[in-house]
Design a protein around this ligand. Structure first.
Ligand SMILES: [Zn+2]
Length: 211
């Protein structure tokens, strides 16, 4: 019988399914398949610090997005600057409830939940505390991550704007740029972390969790 600990030391190549024994890697080194040269795993000792820095940047960027003007509209010579919140109220006033619901989920609930969970998760992992909470947050993130699809986020924003302002002159504000910046950071964060490696780190920091 092979034990779970022994199983953890083995890794299978995603491409050619060759079984390899894992060896500890030095900083920034990667392990490749000896048969087909596919990346097997990489040193993840910097992953928490790098991701934490990116998540903090994303949090600041999202804060700016919520605080400042997203669009300035000109209706019959009257200029009106709207924040995301004011834009949301306009969407409701126009009875665009479906757009409103999408707006709430894609611009408020998902980004805030993801960024806050990541922030708490990474800080706890860095402090090597709260193993149970970290485990719950990892599961939560694995569930909601696929929903924070960048393209839907963006398309819904554009749809909302076109629907509202097809009659008016629009100028995009600081908040819009901050939102785009948050999206770019989100793409980089997603590229930078792998949940497989986070679980691996979780096991290294807190030990094996028996469920
Ligand atoms: Zn291979």
């Amino acid at each position: 019988m092979i034990t779970e600990e022994e199983l953890d030391e083995l890794i299978i190549c995603k491409k050619c399914h060759t079984l390899h024994k894992k060896v500890p890697l030095s900083k920034r080194k990667k392990a490749f398949c000896s048969k087909c040269d596919t990346l097997l795993y990489q040193d993840n000792s910097n992953m928490i610090d790098t991701t934490l820095a990116l998540v903090i940047a994303a949090a600041i960027s999202l804060f700016i997005a919520f605080k400042f003007t997203i669009v300035t509209i000109d209706i019959k010579g009257l200029e009106k600057s709207l924040t995301i919140y004011a834009l949301f109220m306009v969407i409701l006033e126009q009875h665009q409830y479906i757009v409103g619901v999408m707006f709430i989920f894609l611009i408020f609930i998902f980004p805030i939940t993801i960024i806050l969970s990541m922030l708490i998760l990474l800080i706890l992992m860095k402090l090597k505390k709260g193993g149970y909470l970290v485990q719950r947050l990892l599961i939560l993130l694995a569930h909601i991550r696929p929903w924070s699809m960048v393209d839907i986020f963006f398309i819904s924003l554009l749809v909302a704007m076109v629907k509202l302002f097809d009659y008016a002159y629009i100028e995009l504000g600081v908040s819009f740029i901050a939102l785009i910046f948050t999206l770019i950071l989100d793409i980089i964060i997603t590229k930078n972390i792998s949940f497989y490696e986070l679980w691996d780190l979780h096991t290294k920091i807190y030990g094996r969790v028996d469920e």
